[in-house]
Write a protein that binds this ligand. Structure first.
Ligand code: FAD
Ligand code: NAI
Length: 476
């Protein structure tokens, strides 16, 4: 007899495991299929985010930032340290420890919520009265049945055609988190989020980093003023060599590393020799091998599962969430979709405002935003006012020796409703939360301007930016 469930979730990344937990909380008999194995060969929950994405990359960011503080920043505080050394193996082991704590945490949550973990790879087989899924593992194949199915199979790194990734010399995100020593020369293809975050990690630890980007613009998704400020800090302040408008040609891997031939912005033929190469040119949905063709599940031309605003697919009782569907590839976006779908199945009426999903790029300084940027408002013909305030005029930021950046608030010219907030600063990831709450409550800039913010704190910069919308910033 096949095991039967109310809900089977395929994939246990942040979208899938959160969906499973919420389904179980709502009283549904829930299973989650996941075949990921950690480097020791044991099954692991948590998907890209916990194993080879958000969590390990942020662990390395912290280590490399500490190293940079010790070697470059402590001196200004009167602290002198000589002989500071970086033990890369220890740094990577610390990161691995955090990953295993977090992934085991999900196992604990599955047990606590009585969620069945079906270890293996899931495939849609057929549907009559119920959905039938095939689960394949080293132990063989079994069929399970479910009233509802939630696809949460995530994404994987996009590779360049004809450039094999061995994750030793030519790496995607997986190999780039596992270097055993600091490469002297690191090449990166793609100046997107991963290229900038991981490029910064290895630069701080001493690599000479060159990033080759295809587009003529830098960080096009961010507010232009933020991208410009970031460009200045990264290239002039920190020495990241970022080259735009590059056309990548032949890539050769040899004993001495990698050689990348490319055409530069001015049309000249160039060559980049490096010890390691990170290819970070975006991610593609994991929808192959899912059995979409067996059941008539609609995918778009790029392989994303087609869904509506509530993550419903073209088939009854089948939903898809997270990186495998449209929208930003962000862990918290997938998590909220997981909650929404579980609540829909339970007969509730949840909804996600995709406009208030925050974005964070964990460079140093960090970049964070929510809502619309100035280019988007201009293009849509929406009238707006701008309030901007620099961290350089904030006592706490100076005390922390982190004066770079600003908060920029955009509010509707007539109604004063906050339409977007853009931050570049070391603690932008934390500060953006206030703006998200404000926008969810459809606050005006005046609402933030009238709220008491603790002194001295970085949050005062948000307060002053709100005051600045009405041209009444107090400390400038
Ligand atoms: P995934 O996390 O990709 O999980 C999908 C799971 O499904 C995997 O475990 C996979 O094994 C499983 N699966 C696939 N096919 C099957 C199948 N047929 N059967 C069973 N299981 C299957 N986002 C942020 O918001 N903040 C960050 O700081 C951040 N940092 C990142 C850093 C890096 C280096 C990378 C690569 C990504 C980062 N992201 C970040 C993006 C984030 O990791 C993804 O948006 C998120 O993991 C998507 O969640 P998901 O559950 O949709 O998919
Ligand atoms: P990305 O989409 O952020 O950036 C890819 C970059 O590569 C783009 O600038 C693109 O123009 C460039 N590119 C594409 N093809 C190229 C080519 N042939 N030659 C040179 N450049 C090329 O993708 P990335 O950095 O791989 O990250 C994937 C996704 O993972 C992100 O979009 C994001 O959703 C998620 N992520 C989120 C993080 C966060 O929230 N802090 C951190 C890391 C990843």
């Amino acid at each position: 007899m096949a095991q039967t469930f109310d809900v089977v979730v395929v994939g246990a990344g942040p979208a899938g495991y959160i969906a499973a937990i919420r389904c179980a909380q709502l009283g549904m008999k829930t299973a989650c299929i996941e075949g990921w194995k950690n480097p020791k060969g044991a099954g692991a929950l948590g998907g890209t985010c916990l194993n080879v994405g958000c969590i390990p990359s942020k662990a390395l960011l912290e280590s490399s930032e500490n190293y940079e503080r010790v070697t470059h920043k402590f001196d200004a505080h009167g602290i002198s340290i000589s002989g500071a050394k970086m033990d890369v193996a220890k740094m990577v082991a610390r990161k691995d420890g955090i990953v295993s704590k977090m992934t085991q945490g999900i196992e604990y949550l599955f047990k606590k919520n009585k969620i069945t973990w079906l270890k293996g790879w899931g495939k849609l087989a057929s549907r009559d009265a119920a959905w039938k899924l095939e689960v394949t593992s080293d132990a063989g194949a079994e069929t399970v049945e479910a009233k509802y199915v939630i696809i949460a199979t995530g994404s994987k790194a996009r590779h360049l055609p004809d450039v094999p990734v061995d994750n030793k010399v030519v790496c995607d995100n997986i190999g780039a988190l596992e270097f055993t020593e600091v490469p002297e020369r690191l090449g990166v293809i793609g100046a997107g989020v991963i290229g900038l975050e991981l490029g910064s990690v290895w630069r701080r630890l001493g690599s000479k980093v060159t990033i080759l980007e295809a587009l003529p613009g830098f960080l096009a998704a961010a507010d232009e003023q933020v991208s410009k400020a970031a460009w200045k800090v990264f290239t002039q302040g920190q020495g990241l060599d970022i080259q735009l408008s590059c056309k990548i040609g032949k890539i050769t891997t040899g004993k001495k590393g990698v050689s990348v031939e490319y055409t530069a912005a001015d049309g000249s033929a160039k060559k980049l020799d490096c010890d390691k190469l990170v290819v970070s040119i975006g991610r593609i949905p994991c929808s192959d091998g899912l059995g979409a063709e067996n059941v008539g599940l609609k995918l778009d031309a790029r392989g994303f599962v087609e869904v509506d605003d509530h993550c419903r697919s073209n088939l009854p009782n089948l939903f898809a969430i997270g990186d495998v569907v449209r929208g930003p590839m962000l862990a918290h976006k997938g998590e909220e979709e997981g909650v929404m779908v579980a609540e829909l199945i339970a007969g509730q009426k949840p909804h996600i405002d995709y406009n208030t999903i925050p974005w964070v790029i964990y460079t140093s300084p960090e970049i964070a935003w929510v809502g619309k940027n100035e280019q988007q408002l201009k293009a849509a013909g929406i009238p707006y006012r701008i309030g901007q305030f620099p961290f350089a005029a904030n006592g706490r930021a100076l005390g922390q020796d982190e004066p770079d950046g600003f908060v920029k608030m955009l509010a509707h010219e007539k109604t004063d409703e906050i339409l977007g907030v853009h931050i570049i600063n070391t603690h932008a990831s934390e500060l953006i939360a206030e703006a998200v709450v404000a926008m969810e409550f459809r606050a005006s800039s005046e609402d933030i301007a009238r709220i008491v913010h603790a002194h001295p704190s970085l949050s005062e910069v948000m307060h002053e930016a709100a005051l600045a919308v009405d041209k009444r910033a107090l400390n400038m």
